[in-house]
Design a protein around this ligand. Structure first.
Ligand SMILES: [Zn+2]
Length: 209
């Protein structure tokens, strides 16, 4: 009897420790703003950070791509001052900061002055978010709310433009839910996913698979 109790205790403690390890994922934002192509003569206007109240989520609408390639496209083909987005999240979840937050870059007509543009590499009309890029998007939005010390409205590009961007397989409602709860629980770059978030995330990934 005593052995069984010890055995159960050991299993329970291992389970708790394992789940704790699983829930702590190291997150980092790589600021590559200075490495990206900029226009020779044009520059974007600047803003005060308190003008920001919205996050606009985009996708690249391409299976592959990178912050470098979007910067080249926006400068060379669109004639913009630099890359349009503030952040680019790679397929593997790497978070790149591509503009400073006080830069009014171009990513959503009429919404640029008040918003931060986040682009997920991928075509989410066909693909679905994998665990890595979804975690990164949720972490980044939570971190921005914490850094700016305010609640931010989250919209998809399609909400303010006649496009499917960020793709029909991305539910902005879900992203809102995932970033609403426990938004203060980011400590030292560790992103704590609670049980309810894991449940929602699993539901999302499975529903679309
Ligand atoms: Zn877009």
């Amino acid at each position: 009897m005593k052995q069984i109790i010890i055995l159960i205790s050991v299993i329970a403690i291992s389970f708790i420790l394992l789940s704790f390890i699983k829930k702590n994922k190291k997150m980092k934002i790589y600021n590559i703003t200075d490495d990206l192509l900029k226009h020779d003569t044009k520059t974007y206007s600047k803003r005060n950070l308190n003008q920001i109240d919205t996050i606009v989520v985009h996708h690249s609408a391409t299976e592959t791509g990178s912050a470098e390639s979007y910067a080249r496209y926006h400068v060379n083909n669109r004639g913009w001052a630099g890359i349009g987005y503030h952040f680019v999240i790679d397929q593997d979840g790497k978070i790149n900061q591509t503009n400073e937050l006080d830069t009014i870059s171009y990513h959503a007509s009429n919404w640029n002055t008040r918003s931060i543009g986040i682009c997920l590499t991928g075509n989410f009309d066909n693909q679905i978010l994998n665990g890595n890029n979804l975690d990164s998007l949720v972490y980044l939005i939570k971190k921005l709310k914490l850094d700016l010390k305010k609640e931010l409205n989250i919209i998809g590009h399609r909400d303010v433009a006649n496009k499917s961007c960020p793709g029909n397989n991305i539910s902005i409602e879900l992203i809102k839910k995932l970033t609403e709860w426990n938004s203060m629980r980011i400590e030292k770059h560790y992103f704590v996913i609670d049980t309810f978030e894991v449940f929602l995330r699993t539901l999302y990934l499975n529903n679309l698979n």
